[in-house]
Design a protein around this ligand. Structure first.
Ligand code: GDP
Length: 476
C-alpha cells in the first residue's frame, strides 16, 4: 500500500526533487528512496491536478501464472505414502526400503530424518514420505496439499483387515490416490494371505489376479522378502499414471515438515512438485519468505539444486512455515516480501474481524470451539431497580463452560464510551429501556459491536441463555 517517491515521480512525470519539496510543505519528510503511503500519494497527485488511483496488488499480480505447455513437461518420480493398521509393519517396511536406498549410495551413509527419502532403482526413482500412517496424509490433505501419488497399504497376513486398514482405504479413495496392497509378514507360520485377499475384496479392493484392478504383493519387511518386487509394482503403477511436471519453471513445492533447529535456524523439508529449486532462489511460503541459503538431501549431503519429486531440507526462512504450506519461488526478493506481507495483512484482518465480532448469535460456536470461556457484558438500564434485577439474573446464567462477567453497568443511555469498552474487551452490549446516542451507534458500526436492546427483562435474560445454548434464532 506504499509507493517509493522516485517511482511515483516517474509515474507522474514530475522530478523527484520537486515531489520531495512538495511533500515537505505537506509536512512529510521523505527521501527519494523512501515510501509514502497511498493517502499521501493521492493528496500529492491533487497538488498537480493528477488523479492518483490506488490499486491494491493481489498475489496474482505479484506472481505471474504460467500454464505449463505439453512440450515443457517431463515425467517425474511417484511420491508414495505407507498406510495400514498399527503393528502391521509400516515402519519396518519404510526402514527396510530406506536401507536399500542408502546401501546403493555411499557406503555406510547415514540417513537424516527429513520426512521423506528417495529410492533410486534401475527402472526409476521413487520418493517415500517417511511418516507412516494416515495422520500426516490427512493433515496435509486437510490443508489442501496433495502430495501422494500412490499409497502402499500394508496388511499383516496373520491379522487381516482391521479398523485402520479400512480407514486407509477410505482416505486413499477419497483422495483419488492409487492403492497398492502389500501383504506383510508372510514369513510367519500362521500367515494367511488368502484371508487378506478375501477380506479386502469385501471392501472393494480386488487383486488383479482375481480380476480386480489392484496390484497385490506378498512381502516380509522383517525377513526382507520381495521388497524389490513391491517397488517395481510402484514404478509400474506410476508409469500408468503418467506423472509429469515442468522442470524448467520457477520451483514450487509443499512443506512436509518444519522445525526450529538450534544450529540451522528455521528449516523445512519441501517436496518439489514443479520446476527446479536452486541455491539462492527467493521464495514465499505461507506468511514467511526467504532465500535458499543451503539445501540438503535425505542423506544430509549439501546439494545445489533439487528437481521434481525431490525432498529437500531448506535453510533460509524468515520463520518456521507450517506443514502443508505451499512453497513458491518468486522472481526476486522484493516479490517474496510483498506476497508475504500481503498474506500477513490478510491474516491480521481476518483475525481482527473474528475477534471483535462477539455477538449473541455466534456465541455458541465460540464457546463450542473453546474460543470463549467468559462472556463479557456491558449493561445499561433506565433505572437502578431494573439494572440490579438484570445484573443478578445474568450472573446466575454462568455455567461450567462460560462465566458471565458484567464488566460495566450503569443507569443511562448507551454512550460511545460503552461501545469502546465493549470493543476493547470483546464484550456484548445489553441495554434495557435505553437507546444508544448517535455517536455510540456510529462507533458500534465501525467496531462491529452488537447493541442488544430490550424493553422486557425476561426477554434479555432468555436471549443470553439461548445464545449460550446455541438455541438463539439468528433472525431474532
Ligand atoms: P507399524 O505400527 O505398522 O509401523 O508396525 P511396525 O513396523 O512397528 O511393526 C510391528 C511389529 O511387527 C514389529 O515387532 C516388527 O518387528 C514386526 N514385523 C514387521 N514386519 C514383519 C514381518 O514381515 N514379519 C514378521 N514376522 N514380523 C514383522
Amino acid at each position: 500500500e506504499n509507493i517509493v517517491v522516485s517511482e511515483l515521480a516517474k509515474l507522474m512525470g514530475v522530478k523527484a526533487t520537486e515531489l520531495i519539496k512538495k511533500l515537505m510543505l505537506m509536512g512529510v519528510m521523505a527521501s527519494v528512496n523512501q515510501a509514502i503511503d497511498a493517502d499521501t500519494a493521492v493528496l500529492l497527485g491533487g497538488e498537480y491536478g493528477i488523479e492518483v488511483k490506488v490499486k491494491f496488488l493481489t498475489e496474482d499480480d505479484l506472481i505471474p501464472v504460467h500454464d505449463d505447455k505439453e512440450e515443457e513437461l517431463t515425467s517425474r518420480p511417484p511420491i508414495v505414502t505407507v498406510m495400514g493398521h498399527v503393528d502391521h509393519g509400516k515402519t519396518s517396511l519404510l526402514d527396510r526400503i530406506r536401507q536399500t536406498a542408502v546401501a546403493e549410495g555411499e557406503a555406510g551413509g547415514i540417513t537424516q530424518h527429513i520426512g521423506a527419502y528417495e529410492v533410486k532403482m534401475e527402472k526409476g526413482t521413487i520418493t517415500f514420505l517417511d511418516t507412516p500412517g494416515h495422520e500426516a496424509f490427512t493433515t496435509l490433505r486437510a490443508r489442501g496439499a496433495s502430495v501422494t501419488d500412490v499409497v502402499i497399504l500394508v496388511v499383516a497376513a496373520d491379522d487381516g483387515v482391521m479398523p485402520q486398514t479400512k480407514e486407509a482405504i477410505d482416505h486413499a479413495k477419497a483422495a483419488g490416490v492409487k492403492l497398492i496392497v502389500a501383504i506383510n509378514k508372510i514369513d510367519k507360520e500362521n500367515a494367511n494371505p488368502d484371508m487378506v485377499r478375501n477380506q479386502l475384496a469385501e471392501h472393494g479392493v480386488i487383486s488383479e489376479d482375481w480380476g480386480g484392478d489392484y496390484q497385490f504383493q506378498e512381502i516380509s519387511a522383517k525377513a526382507n522378502l520381495h521388497i524389490e518386487d513391491l517397488l517395481e509394482r510402484v514404478l509400474l503403477e506410476a508409469e500408468l499414471l503418467e506423472l509429469k511436471g515442468n522442470p524448467t519453471a520457477l520451483a514450487e513445492g509443499i512443506v512436509i515438515e518444519s522445525k526450529l533447529d538450534k544450529q540451522k535456524g528455521a528449516v523445512a523439508t519441501v517436496l518439489i512438485n514443479r520446476g527446479t529449486l536452486n541455491k539462492g532462489d527467493n521464495f514465499v511460503v505461507g506468511t514467511e519468505f526467504g532465500k535458499v541459503r543451503a539445501m540438503f538431501n535425505y542423506k544430509g549431503a549439501s546439494i545445489k539444486e533439487a528437481g521434481l519429486s525431490v525432498p529437500v531440507e531448506i535453510m533460509g526462512f524468515s520463520g518456521v512455515p507450517q506443514s502443508g504450506d505451499r512453497f513458491v519461488v518468486t522472481p526476486d526478493e522484493k516479490t517474496a516480501r510483498q506476497v508475504a506481507d500481503l498474506r500477513s495483512d490478510e491474516a491480521r484482518k481476518k483475525n481482527f474481524a473474528e475477534k471483535s465480532a462477539v455477538s449473541l448469535a455466534d456465541l455458541f460456536n465460540k464457546i463450542k470451539e473453546g474460543e470463549l470461556k467468559e462472556l463479557n457484558i456491558v449493561l445499561k438500564a433506565d433505572v437502578q431497580g431494573s439494572l440490579e434485577a438484570l445484573k443478578s439474573s445474568l450472573i446466575k446464567l454462568s455455567n461450567p463452560e462460560v462465566k458471565i462477567n458484567i464488566i460495566s453497568n450503569g443507569v443511562g443511555g448507551i454512550s460511545e464510551n460503552d461501545v469502546i469498552l465493549a470493543s476493547a474487551s470483546n464484550a456484548v452490549v445489553i441495554g434495557f429501556n435505553v437507546r444508544p446516542g448517535v455517536q455510540a451507534r456510529v462507533k458500534a458500526e465501525q467496531e462491529g459491536i452488537e447493541l442488544n436492546l430490550y424493553s422486557v427483562i425476561y426477554q434479555a435474560i432468555d436471549d443470553v441463555k439461548q445464545a449460550m445454548e446455541g438455541m438463539l434464532d439468528p433472525s431474532s
